[in-house]
Design a protein around this ligand. Structure first.
Ligand code: SF4
Ligand code: ZN
Length: 458
């Protein structure tokens, strides 16, 4: 049990104003020019004519697209994808009406995490079905009603696009607030996470909520970094309780805490004590979440290549992954999954068994094949090793399942999973290709393997 009170983790009104001002000044100084960064909108009156809603809806759409793209993807990469997306699907309505497989997903291809793309499309469809004044103004209602939108995205969109005074919490915000308010706990879950959300909502600047939220995230990304926080140049250092503790400790003084309103039940330990005095540094905040153990999974992957007799183009055989489970619904090369089971004893014999399952008259189709080694792909919860075979097959190759042939250049646009692309690059010994072809974007061509079989038989 800790011996400090819960009030350690809050600011008084003067400190809140200071915190807001410091962050807004910091944002003005450091903000980058990005295509989706524009002013937030004041909302029209409820009974305003529809045309007055055009700009607010457009802003909402732009921020929604950028925010979902920015989750787990670097800003520089997002810039390219965002611009292409907006050229192709310039409005909420255009996005809502576009076909997911042929128009929406190809625009995301290469960025990974395709569930985000699906969620974005679903959210646009939902929002486009509402009258503007029916769109909820609370992050809580957004995360309840709008498919695939969580509290973070809801808060970001509402505060940035529509100036709603709502806080947001992501990894950067957790780090800054846990240090600024000396919360020594794993703030990604439980009571500590609830406290962080309460603080984010209480601290947000009601005049400029979008700028405040972006400043808070930027501070975490640039200044209050996980391992080397730049406290001496940080705009909130004068009211950062974690940093103040560090200063007191480095002066060899003892920390004193108010315990008037009872002991805090959120921190898992006390702030620094005499024993920890020597080596207490601010980056002990927050306590890092315990990593869940990754499980080892194995799979055999076959990359079948044939040459189109007319165009001489190289074509590769792909199919969609199952609609549930890892990388659900994405395109991949033919794969035999073993889950956590051991590798088959004779991998060559196993490849031949798989040929039987995937191809008809496999003995006649495969001109040559080769084992191209094993490739590891790491997901947050799985370490996936693929044993990849590369096989050249005859143009008339017939398949047994719903496969499609696709050209090498279209692999970038079809919505292949990153796991598949990694196996493909490894097996063909290609360096990671840049997605330069994004600028020449065209819808990919998928040739149904079955349809081709009919032609071959005719
Ligand atoms: S003073 Fe240091 S620990 Fe506190 S918010 Fe700034 S960078 Fe982070
Ligand atoms: Zn505490």
């Amino acid at each position: 049990m800790s011996s400090h009170s819960l009030s350690l983790h809050s600011y008084n009104e003067v400190e809140i104003k200071q915190f807001q001002k410091h962050l807004i000044d910091f944002y003005e100084e450091t903000k980058r020019v990005l295509p989706w960064r524009k002013k937030g909108c004041d909302l029209p009156a409820k009974d305003a004519p529809l045309n007055e809603w055009e700009t607010p809806i457009q802003r909402l759409y732009e921020v929604l697209v950028s925010e979902i793209m920015l989750q787990q993807t670097r800003v520089e990469t997002v810039k390219r994808y965002y611009n292409k997306w907006m050229e192709t699907l310039p409005t909420l309505q255009a996005c809502a009406e576009a076909d997911y497989n042929t128009q929406v997903m190809p625009l995301w291809s290469g960025m990974g995490f395709y569930t985000r793309c699906k969620r974005l499309h679903q959210a646009c469809q939902y929002l486009a079905g509402l009258k503007p004044k029916e769109i909820p103004l609370s992050a809580e209602k957004w995360s309840k009603d709008i498919p695939g939108v969580g509290p973070y995205t809801a808060g970001a969109v509402l505060s940035i696009a529509w100036k709603q005074p709502t806080g947001i919490v992501d990894g950067n915000v957790i780090r800054v607030l846990s240090r600024a308010l000396a919360i020594h706990s794993d703030c990604s879950k439980g009571k500590a996470n609830t406290l962080i959300w309460e603080l984010a909502n209480a601290l947000v600047d009601p005049e400029r909520p979008g700028d405040f939220n972006q400043a808070l995230m930027e501070l975490g990304a640039i200044t209050c970094t996980p391992q080397s926080p730049q406290c001496s140049t940080c705009p909130v250092s004068d009211i950062c309780k974690g940093y103040q503790e560090q200063i007191v400790i480095s002066d060899k003084k003892k920390l004193k805490y108010d315990i008037e309103d009872g002991p805090c039940s959120i921190c898992s330990t006390d702030p620094p004590s005499a024993e920890t005095l020597q080596n207490w540094v601010v980056n002990r905040y927050p306590i890092r979440p315990q990593k869940t153990k990754q499980r080892e999974e194995r799979a055999l992957v076959a990359i079948f290549q044939k040459t189109d007799p007319e165009t001489k183009e190289k074509l590769f055989l792909i199919r969609k992954r199952p609609t549930v489970g890892l990388l659900a619904g994405l395109w991949d090369f033919p794969t035999m999954e073993y889950g956590e089971d051991a590798w088959p004893k004779d991998i060559e014999a196993e490849f031949k068994r798989c040929l039987n399952l995937w191809l008809q008259k496999e003995n006649l189709c495969v001109k040559k094949h080769q084992s191209r080694g094993r490739y590891l792909h790491i997901f947050s919860h799985i370490r996936k090793t693929s044993h990849v075979f590369y096989a050249i097959v005859t143009p008339e190759t017939k398949t047994k399942e719903d496969f499609f042939w696709i050209s090498q250049s279209d692999l970038d646009h079809v919505g292949m999973c990153e796991l598949g692309l990694k196996n493909y690059r490894g097996a063909l010994d290609l360096k990671k290709r840049k997605l330069t072809s994004l600028s020449n974007f065209k819808a990919p061509t998928l040739i149904p393997a079955k349809q081709q079989n009919v032609k071959a038989e005719a």
